[in-house]
Design a protein around this ligand. Sequence first.
Ligand code: HEC
Length: 155
Amino acid sequence: MTGKTMRLSTLAAAVLLAASALPALAQSPAPDALEPRVKGGRFVMRDGEAIYRNVCQACHMADAKGAQGSGIYPALAANPRLAAAAYPIRVIVNGQKGMPSLGALFDDDQVAAVVAYVRTHFGNSYAGAVTAAEVKAQRPAAARAARAAGAATAG
Ligand code: HEC
């Protein structure tokens, strides 16, 4: 196992551990608890809803209304900040304050799928596809290159 794979697996395990430690999830055992949810350091679910249920729900809750306890987990339900897909993509890929960066645990299609899911459920109805290319553009290396290109053309 390479060092990189090791770190990713550890992060994935930490997210899953955080998930199972939360009371909301403990009340309803995950239906796929016996299936491996991480392979090669990445989550295996491809479907937006499955990703939400297995990963995001632990913090944002099943109804996506968020929670407040040892931390503040914002509601994704009826959230106007999801109007532009770039924002949730950036938060998921790069993390933001109390939200861990999950970019390494998903490929671009998986991030696009879960963003499309939350933008069209829980009282959100933001039409429009979310593409893997939009996710790729928010990956740290791509974002750095875009900033460098912008700086180069700005002057
Ligand atoms: C370990 C807990 C945790 C997990 C897992 C998690 N989040 Fe978050 N999320 C947070 C916290 C805490 C914040 C608030 C960050 C801040 O203060 O800016 C947040 C913020 C967000 C925001 C910004 C909301 C806003 O109003 O600004 C979005 C969008 C989001 N999360 C989506 C997701 C999605 C989709 C997933 C699953 C792929 C996910 N989160 C998984 C904890 C989590």
